[in-house]
Design a protein around this ligand. Structure first.
Ligand code: SAM
Length: 296
């Protein structure tokens, strides 16, 4: 079959299966040497650039997208997040665009407190690091500003850590990875009262909702990365309650959450009594997505 015949047929199939049509372009661009202009110009000569093996491979993957509802990022095994190229597999959550903002909030905070060496040159921890996206982007920022910050990343999943290590190497960043539950690895490293910043995008979806998300998420993304217990707040409560033992005075705390959780998390931080400067931050869709605070 000719490439354009295949493309047009599957463009229609995407609509019929309610899959965003830009995902067809996304997969073609990831798995071939074509660029966006090649697709836009619809040049007939493109067909010669695509071998029958490549077309068969594309077709096989695209059918998995349409029928099995496997996200295109898992099919290609890669994603661009901020300016990082990350490998992904079903061992890790696909890093989301809105999570990119957590880095901007941290960078703003560090810039606004640049006189304070503890942030630029201190120890930072990314708890629940998955593909390593947040930890690697933080390491990249601190490397760019020539600071001495040290980044530790923790995940419970060995498989996620394997991939995160590959991603750190691929992006030439130094991150110290540890397996364990939340603060356990930090305790083993005796990092009590020593951490300048704790950042986390923890599982925060109530257990019952995890079963009723889009099939792409419910059937393919790791539930360990999604399931936040009965009310979605199990991991967040742990992060609120235990972080004060590890943060330096003034240490920064920031967590991602889902719509509707921000005011609850603000109350948890206030009730804990060890936090000040509590702030809610919105994402691109103006949803309250992050809460930050400082250790008193
Ligand atoms: C929502 S994902 C976030 C992944 C990545 N930080 C990101 O933003 O794309 C949550 C991560 O927390 C990890 N996790 C779940 N329970 C954990 C625990 N008890 N201790 C450490 N990590 C845990 C999961 O394996 C998953 O990688």
């Amino acid at each position: 079959m000719d490439f354009w015949e295949w493309y047009d047929r599957n463009f229609l199939a995407a609509k019929q299966h309610d899959v965003p049509i830009y995902e067809l372009d996304w997969l073609v661009l990831r798995l071939t040497d074509l660029d966006k202009l090649d697709l836009r110009l619809r040049s007939p000569s493109i067909s010669q650039k695509i071998t029958s093996e490549t077309l068969a491979n594309l077709d096989q993957l695209w059918q998995k997208r349409l029928i099995d509802r496997i996200p295109v990022q898992y099919l290609s095994g890669s994603v661009t997040w901020r300016d990082l190229e990350l490998r992904v597999s079903t061992a890790v959550l696909i890093p989301r665009p809105e999570t990119e903002l957590i880095i901007d909030i941290i960078v703003d905070f560090v810039n606004n407190n640049s006189q304070d060496e503890i942030y630029k040159n201190g120890i930072w921890a990314d708890l629940g690091s998955g593909s390593g996206a947040i930890a690697i982007a933080l390491a990249q920022h601190f490397l760019n500003i020539k600071s001495q910050a040290q980044i530790h990343a923790v995940d419970y999943s060995e498989a996620a850590l394997e991939l995160a290590k590959i991603n750190a190497n691929k992006n030439h960043q130094q991150v110290y990875f540890h397996q364990g539950s939340w603060f356990e690895p930090l305790a083993k490293l005796n990092l009590q009262n020593q951490i300048a910043g704790i950042v986390s995008n923890p599982p925060y979806i109530p257990s019952i909702e995890v079963l009723n998300l889009q099939p792409e998420v419910t059937n393919h993304e790791p539930h360990l990365a999604l399931d936040g217990g009965d009310d979605g707040l199990d991991a967040i409560r742990e992060l609120v309650n235990t972080a004060p033992q590890y943060l330096l005075s003034g240490g920064f705390w920031i967590v991602e959450l889902m719509a509707g959780q921000a005011e609850i998390v603000r109350s948890l931080l206030q009730a804990n009594g060890n936090y000040t400067n509590i702030k809610i931050h919105q994402d691109y869709a103006e949803i309250d997505r992050f809460v930050s605070a400082n250790r008193k």
